[in-house]
Design a protein around this ligand. Structure first.
Ligand code: ZN
Length: 250
């Protein structure tokens, strides 16, 4: 797991698997943990890391309801989970799905957890909207297309965008829900990307605003050319070809 300070109030943590992104953000003595790393040792060390850096985590946020972004309760079991209404609805309508997918991952890679994933009732956040943290506010916009749910989070005072599974330097657009919705989310994110010092995508580690803007352009070219699209040059691997084949089938 890698941890990088992007700003005095923002730490980006990158998991060893899928380069899954997690962000700690603080203001005025309280902090949120956005999304999560994946492996048990990473989740175990996260609270000590946060405490040492004086990030007092009082709440969890999830960019969307896919299992690999929901593991925060392992690190901060007392902290309530907040997510977009669309994600809260997904968690209710797909009971046990995140737990089952996590179990499949753990079985495949022989990973042992201290216990099952417990996702209590999540707090539904209005999106678009604002979320208070200490004396500051996070801004959120809907981010669907990859899945049917989700939100992107803008940290205005640090100019950091935490966008969920969009704008990845490692992964081509994974269109699990709708190409049109994906393109709309992409367009919605554009003004923030232009202002961003850093962007933390769901997978691939933090990047600077310039790189994110280039990915934004590549992703549009790719999506608009589907089903005959060429893969973006820097993301032309065997694994990405499989994602592309799934996009085309859909
Ligand atoms: Zn993901």
């Amino acid at each position: 797991m890698r941890a990088v300070g992007l700003h005095a109030d923002v730490i980006a943590v990158t998991s060893r698997v899928y380069a899954t992104g997690c962000v700690l953000v603080r203001s005025g003595g309280e902090a949120f943990c956005i999304d999560s790393p994946v492996f048990p040792d990473e989740l175990e060390i996260l609270p000590a890391m946060a405490a040492q850096a004086e990030f007092n985590v009082v709440g969890l946020l999830a960019t969307h309801a896919d299992w690999d972004h929901l593991l925060g309760p392992y690190a901060f079991p007392e902290a309530p989970l907040g997510c977009a209404e669309s994600s809260a609805a997904r968690l209710i309508n797909e009971p046990g799905v995140a737990q089952r997918k996590l179990r499949e991952f753990d079985e495949e890679f022989y990973v042992e957890r201290p216990g099952p994933l417990s996702l209590g009732a999540s707090q539904r956040l209005p999106v678009p909207g604002r979320i208070e943290v200490g004396s500051q506010e996070l801004e959120v916009l809907p981010a669907d297309g990859h899945t049917s749910d989700g939100m992107a989070i803008w940290i205005p005072w640090a100019r950091v965008l935490v966008c969920g599974d969009y704008l990845s330097p490692a992964e081509i657009p994974m269109v699990g829900f709708s190409v049109d919705a994906y393109l709309a989310t992409r367009a919605r994110l554009e003004p923030w990307v232009e202002e961003a010092e850093h962007v933390v995508p769901g997978h691939g580690g933090p990047i600077d605003g310039t790189r994110a803007a280039a990915i934004l352009r590549e992703d549009r070219t790719y999506l608009e050319a589907l089903p005959d699209a060429a893969l973006p040059l820097a993301r032309r691997t065997g694994a990405q070809r499989k994602i592309h084949e799934r996009n085309v089938r859909r």
